[in-house]
Ligand binder design. Structure first.
Ligand code: FAD
Ligand code: NAP
Length: 309
């Protein structure tokens, strides 16, 4: 079996901060099935007639330049948002690309003041017809490989980190020979599941697809800790191990930073060290490996694709 991974050549920064493109948005809707304190919106940009048309790939991000200036009087910095569409866009012609934006709302610890994130709240407040300044695309590794039908995929996502997997799944579902795919998704509560109807519906087109959800704040694990996406590997070995043990399986990780090493720890526990690279002197045979040691000694291997922060 040819398991060599060849990534497509992705185009980068067709537009940049000094030369952004202004496009209208054509859709802005809630991405959860019911209302949730975690407000996440599905927003679609119409890039028709611009140099972005049909040149953005699933897994890449676009930059957004919010209007206005920061407290120092400088123009607001650019923020990145993952594409939630397949490479062919929502419309099949690469003209409409969506993203999944969570409103950043926090109470500041010092004085209990409410802080509203600049760009996420700007985007979430836009209406169809309003315009936005975009840059990009960016990202050249977090992509589906060439000949995607030759691989199996395990997608791990937390929160809005699921955005790229919506696009990638749409793309994989269009293939003649469909791969095995598991999406392990984690969020605080059941009401925070994003695109639930879409992901639940994927099995109709792709019967081998599994959608596994983990709610971190509903039911603690037996030891009192919060359940996280990575625990799915040992909680559901019957789904994961037959796929993870194959040489043509790829792992994609997107979302909160902490999940990355949590996943590596679970891979080690399940004797799946083949997905990882060990820095000089590290011992992959060691039975229990603590998080601090893991961070120092392990890097993702060639079959692992990571986009976290
Ligand atoms: P900001 O205003 O930038 O605030 C961010 C933080 O800075 C706050 O938590 C706050 O604590 C602190 N802060 C800033 N200014 C102040 C102040 N004056 N006083 C107090 N605190 C302050 N996000 C998504 O929702 N969806 C995506 O698909 C997505 N994709 C991404 C892809 C990549 C590759 C990367 C790197 C990021 C992605 N993000 C995504 C995150 C996104 O880029 C933004 O960081 C996010 O939306 C928050 O931006 P904001 O302008 O709303 O918040
Ligand atoms: P969210 O809805 O708050 O969900 C995040 C989930 O991850 C929560 O259930 C949280 O649990 C859990 N979690 C916390 N620590 C974890 C760990 N160590 N391992 C595994 N799971 C853990 O998510 P969100 O607010 O959308 O944020 C998701 C993150 O992804 C943000 O940092 C966002 O900026 C980032 N993001 C990145 C990209 C990208 O790089 N392309 C794209 C989109 C989003 P508890 O809070 O209950 O502990």
């Amino acid at each position: 079996m040819d398991t060599a991974i060849r990534l497509p050549q992705a185009e980068l920064n067709i537009y940049n901060k000094a030369n952004p493109v202004t496009v209208p948005i054509i859709e802005n809707r809630i991405a959860t099935a019911t209302s949730s304190p975690n407000i996440v919106r599905h927003i679609t940009f119409d890039v028709t007639g611009t140099e972005l048309e049909n040149r953005v790939k699933a897994g890449q991000s676009l930059g957004v330049l919010p209007p206005g200036t920061d407290e120092k009087g400088k123009p607001h910095a650019l923020r990145l948002y993952s594409i939630a569409s397949p490479s062919s866009g929502e419309d099949g012609h690469g003209r409409h690309y969506s993203t999944t934006v969570k409103r950043l709302i926090e109470e500041l610890p010092d004085d209990n003041r409410l802080y509203l994130g600049v760009c996420s709240n700007y985007l979430a407040g836009l209406k169809p017809g309003d315009t936005v300044r975009l840059t990009g695309p960016s990202g050249k590794r977090f992509l589906l490989p060439e000949e995607p039908e030759k691989f199996n995929y395990i997608f791990f996502a937390t929160g809005t980190g699921v955005a790229p997997f919506r696009g990638m799944l749409m793309e994989l579902a269009q293939l003649n020979v469909q791969p095995n795919v598991i999406l392990a998704f984690g969020c605080p509560y059941r009401s925070d599941v994003l695109y639930e109807d879409f992901f639940e519906g994927v099995r109709e087109k792709m019967p081998s697809f599994q959608f596994l959800k983990t709610f971190s704040r509903e039911q603690p694990r037996p030891d009192g800790s919060r359940p996280y996406v990575q625990h799915q590997i040992s909680d559901n070995p019957e789904f994961f191990l037959p796929i993870l043990e194959q040489p043509n399986t790829l792992i994609y990780i997107c979302g909160i930073k902490g999940m990355e090493f949590g996943i590596y720890q679970e891979l080690m526990k399940s004797n799946l060290a083949q997905y990882l690279q060990f820095r000089h002197g590290a011992d992959p045979q060691k039975e229990e490996i603590g998080m601090d040691e893991l961070r120092k000694s392990i890097k993702p291997g060639d079959r692992v694709f990571v986009e976290t922060y």
